[in-house]
Write a protein that binds this ligand. Structure first.
Ligand SMILES: Nc1ncnc2c1ncn2[C@@H]1O[C@H](COP(=O)(O)OP(=O)(O)OP(=O)(O)O)[C@@H](O)[C@H]1O
Ligand SMILES: [Mg+2]
Length: 394
């Protein structure tokens, strides 16, 4: 079984260095390892100090690296749909160049790269796949895209598919409005199918985990906390936090005194805030993290004798429990504040929104159709109660 570990965090905090270090160490421990970059601004090759191609490239025994051609993945999955959406929007009066841009959801490029990763995971050619992500915002968008696409696909395309057969010949005579061809609908269905398998894979805490990389600085920590909330909201397990660029004692000097104090405060706070997640510290080296030897040393320093390719923490962000006569759903929303959370149901979906991020949780059969019995937020968890079934009249 292939495990997947994905590093995310604010720009420049050390995601690429830690991904590469984890992969180098894992390979040294005898696991067949692939390290993949889904960031269109690739820098894996720079970190590994070796050429890395658009197909797995051998770096060391047991270690392959891959810089995915993000645009190629996008074109092969979405090209035909994008073309149609562009024509459709131009027809509606949107400028063609703008329409072309609008036909791509933010985060989509990275998402299609993940589909490639999934294909590798299914072939079982590797024990571990480490993913080096684009900075936070992109990760959140990338992981949110399947939900958004699923939302539209379910509502728009099945309907279109059934009505189109009858409408297309008539519509052709009456209007020039571009209607999606069977090829377009086929492409939509193919994506939908592929995506369906991706999210459960990334949400299975036994197989996949996300690690948050941060630096001990206020703004970086704040962004990491928001990232953690969103990951929990979307149901993606997180198994560790790595605080990188921690000043080592050797760096003590009058000039850095204030930085030492700041870092100590921030580290203590971050450790407490992310409890009970495992929390690792990585010192600021006296050089850039380039080359497999240094990366191996980096990983050994950070993870000590633990295997960085193992999942460190297995708690599920969303849990459903039987309570009394009904059910309760618990969702971990660390760092979210009570008045920023809204909850409602819509058909067989529960909608939870925190700030401008919104999640549609497709309710399991045991909960769908049950009456919402209110929501409460305590100890960083949202509890949503479900009572009897609506049609029971109870
Ligand atoms: N602990 C460290 N000690 C010294 N240098 C480091 C350390 N961690 C990272 N660096 C260096 O900092 C730079 C940025 O690191 P890296 O590329 O890993 O960050 P990133 O989070 O992947 O950035 P981006 O968001 O741009 O992808 C690199 O030159 C790297 O070698
Ligand atoms: Mg990077």
């Amino acid at each position: 079984m292939t495990c997947i570990i994905l590093y995310s965090g604010k720009g420049g905090v050390g995601k690429t260095s830690l991904s590469a270090a984890t992969a180098v160490r894992s390979a040294a421990l005898g696991r067949r390892t692939l390290v993949v970059s889904t960031d269109s601004a690739h820098s894996l090759a720079d970190a590994l100090a070796a050429p890395v191609g658009g197909e797995p490239t051998r770096i060391l025994p047991n270690l392959d690296a891959l810089e995915i051609d993000v645009n190629r993945e996008l074109a092969s999955h979405w090209g035909i749909i994008q073309e149609w959406l562009t024509r459709f929007m131009s027809f509606q009066g949107v400028d063609e160049a703008v329409a072309e841009e609008m036909a791509i959801l933010p985060g989509m490029e990275e998402l299609f790269s993940l589909l490639k990763v999934r294909a590798f995971a299914e072939k079982n050619a590797y024990d571990l796949i480490v993913i080096d992500c684009a900075p936070t915002g992109e990760t959140v968008r990338m992981l949110g895209v399947p939900e958004i696409l699923g939302f539209y696909f379910k509502r728009i395309f099945p309907f279109q598919k059934t009505v189109l057969k009858g409408v297309r010949p008539v519509a052709k005579r009456m209007t020039d409005m571009p209607l999606p061809s069977d090829d377009v609908l086929g492409a939509v269905q193919a994506i939908y199918k592929e995506l369906e398998g991706l999210t459960p894979l990334l949400q299975d805490p036994k197989r996949s985990s996300i690690r948050i990389v941060l630096n001990p600085e206020r703004m970086v920590i704040n962004e990491s906390q928001r990232l953690y909330t969103y990951l929990n909201l979307f149901g993606f397990p997180v198994d560790a936090v790595v605080a990188n660029r921690v000043l080592p004692p050797e760096a003590r000097s009058k000039y850095f005194d204030n930085w030492f104090a700041l870092q100590a405060t921030h580290l203590a706070e971050a450790r407490r805030d992310f409890e009970p997640l495992p929390f690792f510290e990585a010192r600021l080296f006296d050089r850039e993290m380039v080359g497999v030897e240094l990366l191996d040393e980096f990983a050994r320093e950070v993870f000590k004798d633990q295997d960085p390719g193992a999942v460190f923490f297995h708690e599920r962000p969303v849990e459903i429990k039987r309570e009394g006569g009904g059910y309760a759903m618990y969702m971990r929303l660390p760092f979210a504040e009570k008045d920023r959370i809204q909850v409602w149901t819509h058909g067989d979906e529960l909608v939870v929104s925190v700030d401008n991020q919104r999640r549609h949780v497709l309710l399991p059969r045991s909960l769908a159709g049950r009456r919402l019995m209110g929501a409460a937020f305590a100890e960083k968890r949202l509890r949503v109660g479900f009572g009897g079934r609506e049609h029971d009249g109870r």
